[in-house]
Write a protein that binds this ligand. Structure first.
Ligand SMILES: Cc1ncc(COP(=O)(O)O)c(C=O)c1O
Length: 436
């Protein structure tokens, strides 16, 4: 009996379906969180370079939030307010993103709703734009919760558009071709499926790629031509570590179908504030903000937390002159250090420009090069005291890819990389001994 059938004797069908959903990352994370590495308190614990957490500026962000103005309770925080976001937060987000995303049309509070993290925003958009059983298309490999965020509650199917581990004419692997998106939409429609949206993560997770304005425009045009929504998750928009790369929000481009273009951003990654659960939806689609106004009644971000987020974003000097430049410097430093060490171990890094992670290949350590062997190696790495994420979990169909998060303290990163080197060296030796 499936778990869903087991639950359905007591629960509703939809309750049983959601209860039976399982996040691919869940099992390993339970193991990791119950035995987390700490240099003094638990040095033998597991180093977590799997979860996309940004602790590069933890101390500074805590200091800013503890200054006294952010978490100060005022009488109006005790009462009801606008559930889709208090004016103070919407104004602060509009101001902040007008400076950093440089939209062609200024972002105004009326175009913003707020929800619990980007996760809440994706679930909300799944509800307001799609019906149960509708299909959205997303390029893979991808942050695997895109799948669960659309499916678990809204029951919207995410159809992968597989990016290939093959070099294109510019010698890039996993390249995204707008023609392939259009072809896939047409194929799905020919099968009688209702394709409602194209979902893009930009900068991409796990590739760390920043898509160019030219490519984004082509993708926007494909969506406009086919009357499908363009949802873009720009949660890593300010986490660019390559000084030669400029991130361009789609809002800074000429939008062929503005009513069907929706942008998500959150404070979880660029500010390392996943615990605050401040996510925002920027949309000009009639009805979207009315939907969030009603839906947010059930899951609003507490006012005091909204006030804290707004206080930080409103502090222009702290954000623009201190936080962002310092953060980007540390991001670049850790990124280059980790890439160099990974390459010195014999892995192949696919260089990216943004994000908190490195996408690298361990194919040369697999024999045979299969998903099963990838899983065996991942377990060896975990047994060696390090948690990273295997490509399979991120919907990569080419075996031998892994994602490593580098935005932890240098001590933790060093320790994690030492452990990885030890596991890979032992494996290399075993493979060499097997060779005739
Ligand atoms: C692309 C992407 N979107 C959304 C999230 C989740 O964001 P939040 O914590 O704001 O829900 C993540 C977290 O890893 C992510 O990588």
């Amino acid at each position: 009996m499936s778990q869903e059938q087991h639950f359905s004797s007591l629960l509703s069908q939809r309750g049983a379906r959601t209860a039976a959903c399982r996040d691919f990352l869940y099992d390993k994370m339970v193991q990791v969180f119950s035995n987390m590495y700490h240099p003094e308190n638990n040095p033998k614990g597991i180093v977590n370079l799997g979860t996309a957490v940004n602790s590069l500026m933890e101390e500074e962000v805590c200091q800013r939030l503890n200054r006294g103005d952010a978490f100060r309770v005022m009488a109006h925080h005790l009462h009801y307010a606008n559930f889709s976001g208090i004016d103070e937060l919407k104004e602060a987000v509009a101001d902040f993103l007008n400076r950093h995303f440089k939209p062609l049309e200024p972002i105004t509070p009326a175009k913003i709703s707020t929800m619990c993290g980007a996760t809440g925003c994706l679930d909300g958009l799944a509800h307001v734009l799609c019906d149960s059983e509708d299909v959205v298309l997303t390029p893979t490999p991808v942050y695997s919760r895109i799948q669960t965020d659309f499916l678990d509650v809204a029951n919207v199917k995410v159809e992968p558009l597989e990016l290939l581990d093959e070099e294109d004419f510019e010698d890039r692997t996993f390249s995204l071709q707008p023609e392939a998106v259009e072809r896939h939409v047409k194929e799905l429609r020919a099968q009688g499926r209702r394709v409602r949206a194209f979902v893009l993560v930009n900068p991409q997770n796990p590739l760390g790629e920043v898509y160019s304005p030219a490519l984004l425009t082509q993708l926007l045009n494909v969506c406009a031509r086919n009357d499908i929504h363009f949802i873009v998750d720009e949660i890593y928009g300010l986490s660019v570590h390559d000084e030669n790369t400029e991130f361009r929000s789609v809002l800074s481009l000429n939008l062929p179908d503005p009513k069907r273009t929706h942008v998500i951003w959150a404070m979880s990654k660029d500010f390392g504030l996943a615990g605050l659960r401040v996510g925002v939806i920027l949309s000009q689609c009639p009805g979207v903000h009315e939907f969030f106004h009603n839906a947010c009644l059930f899951r609003t971000i507490p006012w005091i937390v909204q006030h804290a987020g707004a206080t930080l974003l409103k502090d222009t000097v702290w954000c623009d002159e201190f936080y962002l430049p310092t953060y980007r410097r540390r991001l670049a430093h850790n990124y280059h250090m980790a890439c160099d060490r990974l390459e010195a171990m014999g892995t192949r890094v696919r260089r990216g420009s943004a994000g908190l992670f490195i996408w690298f290949s361990v194919k040369s350590f697999l024999c045979p090069v299969t998903m099963e062997e990838e899983g065996v190696l991942l377990q060896e790495i975990l047994d060696g005291g390090l948690y990273i994420v295997q490509g399979k979990v991120l919907y990569c169909t080419s075996p031998g890819w892994m994602r490593l998060v580098f935005t932890v303290t240098e001590k933790e990163l060093d320790e994690g990389l030492d452990r990885l080197r030890a596991v890979l060296a032992a494996r290399k030796l075993r493979l060499a001994m097997k060779e005739p």
